[in-house]
Design a protein around this ligand. Structure first.
Ligand code: HEM
Length: 352
């Protein structure tokens, strides 16, 4: 059996007080009242019934919520997801530049690598939309998008662009350009932000990894302990009260993978990073495990996550990179995307 190395076990993950309180007060409960109008749901059966009851509405969707008040149809969302998927496939065909250095602060380093790998052909006016500073407020993001749409001399469809970039370049008129740039960010953000966060979490939880541990197990185990999508929101709706007497007609529901992924009734040694548990578990069919949402409508971008996360882990492991032994703690802030805020990654002992 493989256990996480002593160096990883001696690191402390400091969850934000709210997340810490959720785990401390509610672990193992199937439903809990979080607010006067919000029920948290963490039991696998109730999660299943809630998420199977209906599809996410447009305001509940994590990726393609309305863009500045304009709805994004499912058809368009699905077409844009395919487009970024094509760009990812295209980027993965070419050999990687030989001297990639993935040491440095993560998730930033992974984010910049993915941005350049996938969107590197696009002009700065587009790739600036992947700036991590724009995470700070949606208003700032929208201001940058609006400024980029207003400036003359934008990319033309005939330029050497990604397919996603070409969609943005085809838009004409200020309003359409602004919408198209917003879509560019919406589609590319999960690739750059979420996947780099996932890999940063994995490094923090378990590196240096045993040579015999498959990347796939590392990724599934990291998604269990620090699920980037740690909550899934469903607004109050008539389908829910009949599912459980504790759910009232006006209650919003927060499905909490953060809790179900550590429920002691479902997992052996729930707080330990044990990638080997995935030797015998099916991530698509393990009760209470839903890092990519429910089986009735799993994450549409999931097929991009595994190859890109595995590529990053391969490069990190080949280069002998690991978490700086001097870093003993990492903070996990209360944000929509759950992850360590900064992990210092450097060459491990015995490597130059
Ligand atoms: C580690 C990476 C990722 C995680 C953990 C993740 C997680 C999730 C989860 C939990 C859902 C279901 C939400 C719900 O039912 O309300 C979802 C849906 C979705 N995801 Fe992902 N995702 C990831 C990466 C991506 C990527 C790379 C894309 C590419 C564009 C993507 C696009 C979508 C889309 C389009 C949906 C459907 C609904 C919507 O948001 O419009 N995801 N994802």
């Amino acid at each position: 059996m493989t256990f996480s190395p002593a160096s990883a076990r001696s690191r402390t993950t400091v969850l934000s007080p709210r997340l810490e309180a959720l785990l401390r007060d509610h672990l193992g409960k199937d439903a809990v009242r979080l607010e006067p109008d919000t029920i948290g749901v963490a039991g696998p059966e109730l999660i299943d019934r809630v998420l199977a009851a209906r599809r996410a509405t447009e305001i509940e969707r994590p990726t393609f919520k309305p863009l500045h008040g304009r709805s994004i149809t499912r058809t368009e969302a699905s077409s844009v997801t395919r487009t970024i998927g094509d760009d990812v496939r295209e980027a993965l065909k070419a050999p990687l530049p030989p001297n990639i250095d993935l040491s440095g602060p993560w998730p930033l380093t992974g984010h910049l690598f993915l941005r350049d790998l996938i969107l590197g052909r696009d002009p700065r006016r587009l790739t600036i939309l992947m700036s991590r500073n724009l995470e700070l407020t949606p208003l700032l993001t929208w201001l940058v998008i609006s400024a980029a749409a207003a400036l003359p001399g934008g990319p033309r469809p005939t330029d050497d662009l990604t397919e996603l970039g070409r969609l943005a370049a085809k838009a004409t008129g200020y309003q359409n350009r602004r919408y198209a740039l917003g879509m560019y960010r919406r589609a590319a953000a999960p690739v750059c932000f979420t996947i780099s966060t996932l890999v940063a979490n994995a490094l923090w939880l378990g590196s240096p990894f045993d040579d015999s541990t498959p990347n796939r197990n590392i990724i599934f185990e990291s998604l269990r302990l620090l699920p980037p999508s740690w909550n899934i929101l469903r607004r109050a709706s008539p389908e829910y009260p009949p599912l459980d007497p504790r759910i009232g007609p006006d209650d919003d529901i927060l499905v909490l993978p953060l809790l179900s992924h550590r429920d002691p009734a479902l997992w052996d040694s729930p707080n330990d990073f044990r990638p080997e548990r995935w030797d015998h578990l099916d991530p698509d069919n393990t009760p209470g495990y839903l890092p990519f949402g429910h089986s009735s409508e799993r994450c549409w971008g999931r097929h991009m996550v595994m190859p890109l996360a595995e590529l990053l882990l391969d490069r990190i492991r080949e280069a002998g990179l690991t978490v700086d032994p001097g870093q003993r703690t990492a903070k996990v802030p209360l944000l929509g995307l759950l992850g360590v805020s900064e992990v210092r990654v450097r060459t491990g002992p015995g490597r130059r």
